[in-house]
Write a protein that binds this ligand. Sequence first.
Ligand SMILES: NC(=O)C1=CN([C@@H]2O[C@H](COP(=O)(O)OP(=O)(O)OC[C@H]3O[C@@H](n4cnc5c(N)ncnc54)[C@H](OP(=O)(O)O)[C@@H]3O)[C@@H](O)[C@H]2O)C=CC1
Ligand SMILES: O=CC(=O)O
Length: 288
Amino acid sequence: MEVGFLGLGIMGKAISVNLLKNGFKVTVWNRTLSKCDELVAHGATVGETPAEVVKKCKITIGMLADPPAALSVVFDKSGVLEQICPGKGYIDMSTVDPETSTKISQAITSKGGHFLEAPVSGSKQPAETGQLVILSAGEKALYDEAIPALNVIGKKAFFLGQVGNGAKMKLIVNMIMGCMMNTFSEGLVLAEKSGLDPRTLLDALELGAIANPMFKGKGPAMLQSTYTPAFPLKHQQKDLRLALALGDENAVSMPIAAAANEAFKKARSLGLGDHDFSAVYEAVKNPK
Ligand SMILES: NC(=O)C1=CN([C@@H]2O[C@H](COP(=O)(O)OP(=O)(O)OC[C@H]3O[C@@H](n4cnc5c(N)ncnc54)[C@H](OP(=O)(O)O)[C@@H]3O)[C@@H](O)[C@H]2O)C=CC1
Ligand SMILES: O=CC(=O)O
């Protein structure tokens, strides 16, 4: 099966390499074209533009930073729309809001193409090992056609119905994750300031009812102020912002998420946007 792939950031690169390792032919494109070189070394071919990739492949996957990026690769000159047509599918795995996804869906389907939104839960390592959780919605026929690729990319692919439902589910999951990371950071600071060893807090958490892979995986590095990006902090803040907008639309009061968003905004203002999202700990440590 030949698959196109647009966007070779942390996630796009990991997913593309995994597809290549599992026998898929992959044609890649990235805004900064030099990032395609590493993929070529793994056996990929390169398209000069998103349109060129779509022309070549029956199914093309996008994994872009945010709503403006997701829209740009579809609507701009030499974008996806120029070559999408009946028989071709576009799967957007970027984390975006339902409105962005719907706009893309309408444009693709109005040209006879097929569309699936499929944001993923899980970070760099699950992307490398095909252990993502895929939250898809849109055209069921495209979902069914893409199952061989989705099964390589993830450990579970949900199909959630109409376009927008995948985006909403992803934003809710990441709203919860951002709140957890913020409160975890507060707990580590409180342990330290009140005279406890935060490493003992990690041990106690790990043995109790709120143990989770995120605290276990991120905690020790946070205590060493190491924030090698797996999930960039700027994207976590984007997800909180978009989740809060979803809360506004639905009149859902979310004071915890609003407070977490402020902490992530503070971290961005400290220049930590490209660090791992666990760097919010630095903003919690230094709130001024
Ligand atoms: N990292 C993670 O753990 C996870 C991330 N996500 C989501 O997946 C998406 C990608 O994340 P990630 O790979 O970490 O992000 P990165 O920041 O590593 O990569 C972003 C990608 O988007 C491209 N891009 C940015 N702006 C534009 C633009 N205007 N036009 C075209 N391309 C653009 C970048 O191209 P260039 O190289 O040229 O800058 C790059 O390929 C995001 O929506 C994120 O929220 C979802 C699950 C986990
Ligand atoms: O969106 C980030 C993730 O880890 O999932």
